[in-house]
Design a protein around this ligand. Structure first.
Ligand code: ZN
Length: 421
């Protein structure tokens, strides 16, 4: 078994080599760039821009950081309408959660840079790119092409949902992955089945959660089920990994070729090395707060201290003028799960002032009424609401009712607000 595992790792590494993806070179480069002091980083960004000369949204060449910061933000729509500056070898496509499809095309070097950043993050946690990966994703494509690709890249896709979820989780454990990578919600489902059936996975070095928001109590639950550290990744189709968790739990910026800014809380991202497409002050549609940490364990000292998710979904409204940040829901549910030793997925949808539809993946152990009452009093306390303010909750339970959110557990669907703010 051990020989086979090593052989599969070597095949995966040789696949990158055979595809002429200069992974090794960029792996060294990423480590070298992050080892430098921060002033050198600014010089490096300037040097890259002077060489690549990407086009800003105003149609002018951007040759320095000063010029970059004068550009207007680039929207997804503008990017879509642009012609590719060159046609490249690899393409990534996303349907987009906001109904905005994005097409990204990458050269071998650009793909190598993305993979090198991923590899750098993995190495800091004792993992290697090309190790046996269980990908907890949607249903696996049943084509020869995808089977060959998954074999070469040493990974297998598992979809622990719907009727055969238990069998899928058993086969996942039998497959003996070295690490797990995938959607937080599906990993949480797998963890629940492991706990319920008393299964004991062995040899898993890490569980990497991506694409969806996850609460500290949910991470703890997953960690104890898989007996492995749980690491959060924040990324996008356009840039792959943007931030990754260090051993102290910070979400560090990790791609040395990305210049990340926030404007009114909204993320603007520039890739200073991308020649096939100009991505300058690109509006990703996410919102977060960055802060500088003293931590040097991974990437930049700049970390994402609060990830708020999709920009339009940030606020809950009590009236047309009174609003509160939806993170209050996340904190309340997290506190509930810690307090009552429970674990479930949830989604809040607001369609009217002071009224919230709450979707739970299953009935809380103490019952839905208990949860509803507790949540009501917690929100009243946290928001310091007057006694005459009434909140209405409609609780729905059942996995099939849950919408798949990206980086968010809150959907704002009051029509007037959606157009008025
Ligand atoms: Zn750190």
């Amino acid at each position: 078994m051990r020989v086979w595992i090593t052989l599969r790792y070597l095949i995966a590494r040789m696949t990158f080599f055979a595809l002429r993806i200069p992974l090794k070179r960029f792996e060294k480069e990423v480590s070298r760039l992050w080892a430098d002091a921060s002033m050198d980083r600014l010089c490096h960004i300037d040097e890259c821009l002077a060489k690549i000369r990407p086009i800003g949204s105003d149609g002018e060449q951007v040759c320095s950081l000063v010029e970059l910061e004068q550009q207007s933000p680039l929207t997804k729509k503008e990017l879509r309408e642009r012609k590719f500056e060159s046609q490249s070898g690899f393409s990534r496509h996303t349907a987009g959660t906001s109904g905005e499809p994005t097409n990204i095309s990458l050269s071998n070097e650009e793909l190598a840079r993305m993979l090198a950043v991923r590899s750098y993050c993995y190495q800091k946690h004792g993992l290697r790119l090309g190790q046996r990966e269980a990908r907890i994703w949607g249903r696996a494509e049943n084509t020869l092409g995808s089977k060959v690709r998954d074999f070469l890249l040493n990974r297998k896709v598992f979809y622990p949902a719907e009727k055969d979820a238990e069998k899928v989780v058993e086969s996942l454990i039998d497959w003996r992955p070295e690490y797990l990578y995938g959607y937080s919600s599906l990993i949480l489902e797998a963890a629940r089945i492991i706990v319920e059936k008393g299964l004991r996975p062995e040899g898993i070095k890490a569980v990497i959660c991506t694409a969806e928001s996850i609460l500290p109590s949910q991470k703890e639950y997953i960690g104890s089920a898989f007996n492995a550290p749980v690491l959060e990744e924040y990324g996008s189709t356009e840039f792959d990994v943007i931030a990754f968790e260090c051993k102290s739990g910070h979400l560090h910026l990790v791609n040395p070729w990305l210049w990340v800014e926030t404007r009114k809380g909204e993320a603007l991202i520039s890739d200073v090395s991308r020649a096939s497409q100009s991505l300058i002050r690109y509006r990703l549609g996410d919102s977060f707060v960055m802060s500088s940490s003293e931590c040097r364990l991974l990437g930049s000292q700049w970390v994402i201290s609060e990830l708020h998710g999709r920009t339009i979904n940030q606020f809950a409204y009590l009236s047309s003028t009174e609003k509160f940040h939806a993170v209050v829901f996340g904190r309340a549910v997290d506190a509930y799960m810690s307090l009552f030793g429970d674990c479930f997925r949830f989604m809040v949808r607001q369609t009217n002032y002071r009224s919230f539809d709450i979707y739970l993946s299953e009935t809380p152990r103490q019952g839905s009424e208990h949860f509803e009452a507790w949540l009501g009093s917690e929100l009243r306390a946290k928001l310091a609401l007057d006694d005459d303010v009434e909140l209405e909750f409609n609780i729905f339970t059942g996995d099939q009712l849950m919408k798949k959110g990206k980086h968010t557990y809150f959907l704002q669907e009051i029509i007037e607000v959606a157009h008025g703010y």
